[in-house]
Design a protein around this ligand. Structure first.
Ligand SMILES: Cc1cc2nc3c(=O)[nH]c(=O)nc-3n(C[C@H](O)[C@H](O)[C@H](O)COP(=O)(O)OP(=O)(O)OC[C@H]3O[C@@H](n4cnc5c(N)ncnc54)[C@H](O)[C@@H]3O)c2cc1C
Length: 447
């Protein structure tokens, strides 16, 4: 599963090893300077690690009872079900590829070419029909933005230009699984900025023993205080005051890494109020919804391919299946997705309703005799109070400068990191990591 693989491949950034080599204990001379990092996702942990390695006194305040944030692995299925990030998108120069090695995160190359596609009624498409349509779709994405406009959504512009695909189930699958999944709701997505951002080249790798291996590794030796929900930050004085669980702590610097969804809900009161530019950016950058569903069976009945495509009439609904057996040969499991409004809708559905909807698709492909799954595991990212959504995207009124506004520091005291602050790599684990390193560097440079 290639993230935004329609994006230009020119201008790929190779990270210098110095960015990754964060440990300079010999240079440590900032022992009197304190930093509070809010949020123990990969952005917060990357910043905290780098600052601690450079001699700062660092405390991480995390609202949940564990580190990792959206790098969250559920091991109750008997394998690690990654509820947030699963893939390292492009391994060449990607800092996550290096980190995975250091942290002992095993990975598996998911072959994008290993795919089978079914239409309604379980009619298998020929490989060439699928591949030709996919190529034509990507060609459209290369140029669609030339017809884009500030007040028209991606969906409006796409169907104005290509009305012939309005009822084409395969094109609607591509729109759902390649655009909505990577970015966000098509009716809210910018028709001008849908291909912004950079990507790393190289193969896609999926985590085998859990993406949370990386945050667990980064957190080693850090002072991470769990179950500390931050509700207020006062940043006008010489020290920054942080209120968490009705306690106040102070530090010379604070880095806020809570998700964009949390900022949108005003769960943290900033005193003084955040500047208008930052408030505007919080409002204008989009926050999507992607939910994941893992189903297990006693025996496999599906194709021996990495990906199984199904093209129902309904939008964004259980149309893409990852064959987990390819990754874990002893586990008979499929992972599927629900995006955007349908993804949000699933969060109020019971497990039985979800299984019924997924099984309708699976039985249409593989036969009415297929048994119900033995287990279902699922996510509810839109209503998760520590995230309120999946990841950021370029919405209708987003401007690229909004990502820089989200990243802008205030008074050289209050700093902001997180995937939504990374203009080149927003929405990804590597973007989040790089944002944490960036903010740590800013604080180091102030000394
Ligand atoms: C379903 C899904 C699939 C994804 N797939 C991929 C993928 O395959 N590859 C990829 O590269 N990326 C993927 N991503 C994106 C990636 O997971 C994120 O970009 C990245 O993990 C974000 O890291 P972060 O540190 O910015 O935020 P987070 O990981 O969300 O960390 C923020 C932390 O702040 C904490 N927090 C929130 N509120 C408070 C508060 N008031 N006080 C204290 N702490 C608070 C949260 O609990 C959390 O731990 C996916 C995300 C989702 C949701």
């Amino acid at each position: 599963m290639k993230r935004r693989n329609f994006i230009k491949t020119a201008g790929l950034v190779a990270l210098s090893p110095s960015l990754l080599a964060s440990c300079h204990p010999d240079d440590a001379n900032f022992k009197d300077k304190s930093v509070i990092v809010i949020g123990a996702g990969i952005a917060g942990l990357a910043a905290a690690r780098k600052l601690k390695d450079n001699g700062f006194q660092v405390t991480v305040l995390e609202a949940q009872d564990r580190v990792g944030g959206r790098l969250r692995s559920n091991r109750s299925p008997g394998i690690a079900f990654d509820e947030g990030a699963s893939w390292i998108h492009g391994i060449n120069g990607n800092p996550i590829a290096n980190l995975a090695q250091q942290a002992g995160m095993e990975t598996f190359h998911t072959n994008d070419e290993s795919i089978v596609s079914y239409d309604l009624g379980g009619v298998k498409r020929s490989d060439s029909a699928y591949a030709n349509a996919e190529e034509a779709f990507y060609n459209i994405l290369e140029t669609l933005k030339n017809q884009g406009s500030a007040n028209k959504s991606f969906e409006t512009v796409f169907f104005e230009q290509y009305p012939q695909y309005a009822n084409d189930r395969l094109y609607r699958f591509f729109l759902s699984s390649f655009v909505t999944f990577d970015l966000g709701d098509l009716d809210q997505l910018s028709s001008l900025l849908y291909d912004e951002g950079e990507e790393f080249s190289g193969i896609e790798k999926i985590a085998v023993n859990g993406y949370d291996t990386i945050p667990a590794y980064l957190a080693q030796g850090l002072d991470v205080q769990l179950l500390q929900k931050v509700t207020q930050i006062e940043y006008a004085g010489a020290k920054v005051l942080v209120t968490h669980n009705f306690t106040a702590s102070e530090a010379d610097y604070v880095i806020v890494t809570v998700p964009l969804g949390v900022l949108k809900k005003n769960i943290i009161t900033f005193l003084p109020a955040l500047p208008v530019a930052k408030q505007t950016a919080i409002e204008k950058v989009g926050m999507n919804c992607v939910n994941k569903f893992l189903l297990t069976w006693d025996a496999p009945f599906w194709d021996d391919k990495q990906y199984i495509v199904y093209t129902p009439e309904a939008k964004d609904k259980f149309n893409y299946f990852v064959n987990i057996k390819k990754i874990h040969p002893a586990t008979n499991a499929l992972m599927t997705f629900a995006y955007a409004d349908y993804g949000r809708q699933t969060e109020s559905m019971t497990d039985a309703q979800v299984v019924q909807e997924i099984m309708a698709h699976i039985r249409d492909m593989y036969g009415v005799g297929i048994p119900d799954p033995t287990q279902l595991f699922r996510t509810k990212w839109a209503t998760n109070e520590y995230t309120f959504g999946g990841y950021s995207f370029t919405a209708l009124n987003t401007e690229m400068r909004h990502f820089d506004d989200l990243a802008a520091e205030l008074n050289n005291k209050l700093f902001f990191a997180g995937e939504h602050t990374e203009i080149d790599y927003f929405s990804t684990a590597h973007g989040a990591y790089l944002s944490g390193i960036r903010e740590a560097d800013k604080i180091i440079d102030l000394q």
